[in-house]
Structure formats: structure tokens, C-alpha cells
Write a protein that binds this ligand. Structure first.
Ligand SMILES: [Zn+2]
Length: 367
């Protein structure tokens, strides 16, 4: 059940705007665009508690310019407290460098809050790993670069991170100030990271638009910064998945397709071929709405088939942003589709997708 009076007024406003599709990421280029054409969440009915506990493996923070990350974290906890939320996994956004955005941060900003709320919070580390990945030519990775990269990654885990992320393998620039990033999915630093992740039993969470075959940049995206053509990346992604089958790779943002190629059929094929692949579901409106998990009529049957076929490898990763009061960019949090999907799944499956899979894949109970 929603208990609106317990939420802050600002959040209620943000939610109300989000329901109307008016809550935008900053500065969209397209008229009416929020997180993609049309903006806003699918109109999938009234929000209601599903009664199913859920863990969100992809929660971001906005705290510039005051760097009040603790305040943003408290707001995330209170906004989700009455909605069945179990654990929030805080994830550093994948900026190409620390200088790229006033909000760029790595996991250090999470440590004090996670220590105060060990049962409710966990985190990934990876902003600096992502920056190294973006800046390093795969053909020029020598032993020193690999050693330094792995040392940083090990330190991230020693500091308490439950895995690595968010790493950008193909991240399209959707609006001014939003970076275009690309790293080869079979980049030698990533292959080395997969070996480390396997040996430490932690996941790697990646942001990668799907390009099964080369294509033109989808209409409505600016070039530059995006390239006019997008090169195929699925074959290289499969090389990463095959490189170390003990390395769990969490593919973020399923259901949020901006190329038209991340279809349930493609995802089915990859899930069948690679048991170490897991999917995080995102529900915001995307450029290609027919590949969303939730539609106005309810869950997409083809995505339901994926979920039923792989009940142990699907998690919720909402890609929500919680903002501190001094942040110019707003809170983006749309719980309705999460609750709507979990409420439509039979209880054993809902519990797995809601929280049990995340607990196992991210080691959330082992602490
Ligand atoms: Zn992302």
C-alpha cells in the first residue's frame, strides 16, 4: 500500500509529475522526451503494493553541487520504505571521467550510509574502473595497465562493494551533457575483470545498448557526440560471457531499448547460450516502446516468457535517481511498474525476481 503522507512533499510532486510523463532527465533534445520518446512510465494502472519484497540493484544518486549524498540516500530509503523495498544497491553512474559531470562519484560516497544501514543498503564500485576502460585502447593494454586496473578493482571489493558497475559498453548520449561512451565488450581489461569477479564471486553490471548487426544511429539522437553508425557488439559481448563462465554478468536496462535490437528474442537467445548472464529489468519509457517489459495492457508476454524460462536470473534494476534538495536534476523514481510486475507474477516467481535472485547474485545475505 502507498502511504503518501509518509513521503516527503517533494517526492510526492516528483511522483505525480512522473505519472504524467512530465518528469524529465535534464535537457532532453526531443519534444516531450523524458527518458525516451513519450516520456514517463507506462500507464499500467494504479500503483498498489504487490505485497512482494523487492531489491533494486540499480539506484543512482544526484547530489551536486553540495555533494550531500547522505541526504539523497536517506531520501531513497524513506521513499521506498513503505513500498516493500528490501535492499537498495547504490551504483556509481558511468561517467567517462570524474571531470565529466558534477555528479560523478565512485563508491566512497556510499560508505558512511551503508555502514549505518547494512541491512537496507549495498553498493557497487566502478566509476574509476569505467573511466579507465573508456580511456584505454584495447590494443595497448600492457601488464602494468592490467595490474593497476585489477588492483583498483580488488580494493573496491575489499572496501565492501558487492560487485563492479556500472560499466558502459555502449551508452548513447540522449541529451546535452549526457555522455556517449563505448568500450569493446571483449576489452582485455574487462576479460581480466571477469576473471577477478569469478574468483571473488561477485557480479559485473554493464550498460550496453544492443546492436546485433551494424546500424545507423537511431533518429532523434545527436551526432556528435554519438557516431553516425553503431557497430555490432553482441558477438563481442558473447566473447566476454564465454571468457569465464564463472563470472556473472548482469546486463542492465532490459526493457529499455534504444536501438530496436534488444528484443525479448535476442535476450532469450543469449540467456540460453550463457548461463552466467543475468538480466536487470528497467521500466522507464524507451525509444522503442514495443520492447518494454510493461505496457499499458500489462506485462509484455514475450518478456514474461523470458522471466518464466530463467526464473533465477532476473532482477529489478530500476535505474532510479534520488536527488538531494540542492540538486538541479530531479529525483526520478517510478515504483508503479515494479509493483505492477511483481503483483502479476505467481508468488514463488515474484519472490525470486523481487529479491531472492538479487540476494544470491549480489551476495546480499553474506554480510
Ligand atoms: Zn545505465
Amino acid at each position: 500500500m502507498w502511504r503518501i503522507p509518509l513521503l516527503g512533499l517533494g517526492l510526492v510532486l516528483a511522483l505525480a509529475l512522473a505519472v504524467q510523463g512530465a518528469l524529465a532527465q535534464p535537457g532532453p533534445r526531443r519534444p516531450g522526451g523524458a527518458n525516451g520518446p513519450g516520456g514517463g512510465p507506462p500507464a499500467n494502472g494504479l500503483p498498489a503494493s504487490s505485497g512482494v519484497a523487492w531489491t533494486d540493484v540499480q539506484v543512482h544518486l544526484r547530489a551536486a553541487p553540495g555533494r550531500q549524498f547522505d541526504v539523497a540516500i536517506e531520501s531513497a530509503l524513506s521513499a521506498t520504505a513503505m513500498l516493500g523495498r528490501k535492499t537498495l544497491v547504490l551504483v556509481p553512474p558511468p561517467f567517462p571521467s570524474g571531470a565529466a559531470n558534477a555528479n560523478a562519484h565512485d563508491y566512497e560516497v556510499f560508505l558512511p550510509s551503508v555502514r549505518r544501514h547494512p541491512g537496507e543498503l549495498a553498493f557497487l564500485g566502478g566509476a574509476q574502473l569505467n573511466a579507465s576502460l573508456q580511456a584505454t585502447d584495447p590494443a595497448a593494454v600492457g601488464p602494468d595497465a592490467k595490474r593497476a586496473f585489477l588492483a583498483r578493482a580488488s580494493r573496491t571489493l575489499d572496501d565492501g562493494a558487492r560487485g563492479f558497475g556500472e560499466l558502459a559498453l555502449l551508452h548513447l548520449s540522449e541529451f546535452d551533457g549526457h555522455p556517449y561512451e563505448r568500450a569493446a565488450p571483449d576489452h582485455p581489461l574487462l576479460l581480466a575483470l571477469a576473471d577477478l569477479a569469478a574468483s571473488r564471486n561477485v557480479p559485473i553490471a554493464v550498460h550496453m545498448e544492443a546492436v546485433d548487426t551494424d546500424m545507423s544511429l537511431p533518429p532523434g539522437l545527436a551526432s556528435p557526440p554519438n557516431p553516425p553508425r553503431l557497430a555490432a557488439n553482441i558477438a563481442a559481448f558473447e566473447r566476454l560471457l564465454s571468457h569465464n563462465p564463472a563470472a556473472r554478468i548482469v546486463w542492465l536496462h532490459n526493457g529499455w531499448d534504444n536501438t530496436g535490437q534488444r528484443t525479448p528474442q535476442l535476450v532469450q537467445r543469449l540467456m540460453a547460450a550463457h548461463p552466467n548472464l543475468a538480466l536487470a529489468l528497467k521500466f522507464q519509457r524507451a525509444r522503442v516502446p514495443q520492447n518494454q517489459v510493461m505496457s499499458p495492457a500489462g506485462p509484455n508476454p514475450e518478456w514474461l516468457a523470458v522471466i518464466r524460462t530463467y526464473p533465477d536470473r532476473i532482477v529489478i534494476g530500476s535505474d532510479s535517481f534520488f536527488a538531494s534538495p540542492d540538486s538541479r536534476a530531479p529525483t526520478v523514481f517510478q515504483p508503479q511498474p515494479i509493483l505492477g510486475l511483481l503483483g502479476r507474477l505467481p508468488p514463488p516467481l515474484a519472490d525470486r525476481v523481487g529479491s531472492l535472485n538479487a540476494a544470491r547474485l549480489y551476495g546480499l545475505d553474506a554480510r
